[in-house]
Design a protein around this ligand. Structure first.
Ligand SMILES: Nc1nc2c(ncn2[C@@H]2O[C@H](COP(=O)(O)OP(=O)(O)OP(=O)(O)O)[C@@H](O)[C@H]2O)c(=O)[nH]1
Ligand SMILES: [Mg+2]
Length: 197
């Protein structure tokens, strides 16, 4: 494989709709509930601490475009479902997220991160419906798998696969134990080459 995921640069931080990018490099977005582990996963994929993470929800408050090997963007999104944020801020973020997914031909795949202990919650279901409505391809990433036994993880993976019989890919990862990276990176590589989906 040629060098892949080796040169990482923060290309843009968008705080509002005007800052969103809808053309140019292909985008792979990392979405999911607040605190599910999006930014931590990106740091693991990138092999460097470039995205801001926090033990308290609501850390990422902008749309962060990381340019990878000058080939494509990995996009770190703010989490949804953070009830403690001010209503005005939640409204702003809902609008920015909605706008991010709408009419975005550069968006090639959404990785929907789900905590492997909880699986799909109502907000995740809403997100899935929204993505399906828009026709945006998505896959699941089960995060924090270090919190489960092998058996529990197998059950959860099966459950999420069966919830969506359309053969969605499911990627179990632990950014803490550093497992699951190669499958995800290979999948993005395939998408880039037009080999997947
Ligand atoms: N045990 C465990 N904890 C993790 C893992 N990945 C992330 N975390 C923890 O989960 C918390 C949230 O991580 P973030 O990466 O900031 O979550 P986020 O989804 O980006 O959150 P927002 O930016 O608020 O939407 C942090 O305390 C991380 O250390 C993991 O694989 N295993
Ligand atoms: Mg984050």
């Amino acid at each position: 494989m040629p060098p892949f995921f080796s040169r990482i640069a923060l290309f843009r931080t968008a705080f509002n709709i005007k800052g969103l990018i809808k053309e140019g490099y292909s985008q792979y977005a990392f979405a999911g509930r607040s605190n599910v582990g999006k930014s931590t996963l990106l740091n693991y994929l990138f092999n460097q601490k470039i995205a801001k993470t926090s033990a308290t929800p609501g850390k990422t408050r902008s749309v962060n475009y990381y340019l990878i090997d000058e080939l494509f963007f990995c996009v770190d999104l703010p989490g949804y479902g953070y009830a403690k944020a001010a209503k005005s801020e939640q409204d702003l973020w809902r609008k920015v997220l909605e706008s991010y997914f709408e009419n975005n031909p550069a968006l090639k795949e959404v990785f929907l991160l789900v905590d492997s202990r909880h699986l799909l919650l109502e907000k995740d279901e809403q997100m899935i419906e929204w993505l399906q409505y828009l026709g945006v391809p998505f896959s699941f990433v089960l995060t924090k798998t270090d919190k489960l036994t092998t058996n529990q993880l197998a059950k959860q993976t099966e459950a999420i696969k069966n919830a969506y019989p359309k053969n969605r890919s499911v990627f179990p990862v632990s950014s803490l134990k550093r497992t699951g990276r190669s499958e995800l990176v290979a999948y993005i590589d395939d998408l880039q080459k037009g080999l997947a989906e």
